[in-house]
Design a protein around this ligand. Structure first.
Ligand code: ATP
Length: 236
């Protein structure tokens, strides 16, 4: 994206933000609460129209339906269908995204296996733990085999093991060639998953690049130190 700004009324939520991500790269957007991460992710996915600036995904406007079909986003506040089982949630979502019945069935089976959800496949959403709900949601994001996966705080609220499983899954998806954009407040997670990061503060990008290079450039010993040096207290 190039010089992208987003206003909500008179409030400037995103201020002239520019960054680029290579195909097959994993990119993390970090910043304090209210800095503009979710808004930026929604703009990348074509769900929010920028007030000004240019956004291209795979060379095209992300609101274009052909490009939208290659993108999946996991919103930070997404919930599973409470009255559907883990398997059904993935299956019905696959139908919603245009797969025929037999492909949707196959896809649900494949994702239940890949996500290691076999033992919970028949559990209703309402009974799933937070970690398993998150896994089912990631499964739902994968039904269309997206080229770009955008995950807003994918491991928020997960226990150590579940978070690690999700991180391993994300790294595997990147090694398969998917492009990944995540937002996270967890610096260890970012260091583990992201090849490139961008730090956003009060709607403005304050640093962007490979974590090791940024640490060296700013003379910081850790991402946490870098983050604290470049950002101010959250606004929400
Ligand atoms: P968090 O880490 O808390 O999730 P964030 O970095 O994702 O925060 P955003 O959700 O992008 O931040 O919000 C950026 C700013 O824009 C906030 O001040 C928020 O209140 C504001 N904002 C976001 N969406 C809207 C909207 N639809 N209308 C008005 N203001 C909005």
């Amino acid at each position: 994206m190039q010089n992208v700004s987003k206003r909500f009324g008179s409030f400037l939520a995103i201020n002239e933000v520019s960054f680029s991500i290579e195909k097959g790269e994993s990119f993390a957007l970090i910043g304090p609460n209210g800095a503009g991460k979710t808004t930026t992710l929604r703009i990348v996915c074509g769900l929010v129209k920028p007030s000004s600036g240019l956004v291209k995904v795979f060379g095209e406007d992300p609101s274009n339906s052909r490009i939208r079909s290659q993108i999946s986003i996991l919103p930070e506040d997404a919930g599973v269908y409470e009255k559907l089982t883990a398997w059904e949630s993935i299956y019905y979502y696959a139908l919603l995204r245009g797969l025929d019945k037999s492909s949707a069935e196959q896809k649900a089976e494949e994702l239940i296996r890949v996500l290691d959800l076999q033992q919970k496949r028949n559990e209703y959403g309402v009974k799933l733990s937070k970690g398993l709900k998150r896994k089912v949601l990631i499964g739902m994001c994968l039904v269309n085999d997206p080229k770009l996966l955008v995950l807003d705080e994918p491991t928020d609220g997960l226990d150590v093991r579940s978070a690690r499983n999700v991180r391993e899954l994300l790294k595997a998806l990147v090694s398969e060639g998917k492009t990944l954009i995540v937002s996270s407040h967890n610096m260890l997670e970012i260091q583990d998953v992201a090849q490139k990061i961008a730090i956003i503060n009060k709607g403005k990008l304050v640093a962007e690049g490979e974590p090791d290079r940024l640490l060296a450039n700013y003379g910081a010993r850790s991402l946490e130190e870098l983050f604290l040096g470049l950002t101010e207290e959250g606004v929400t």
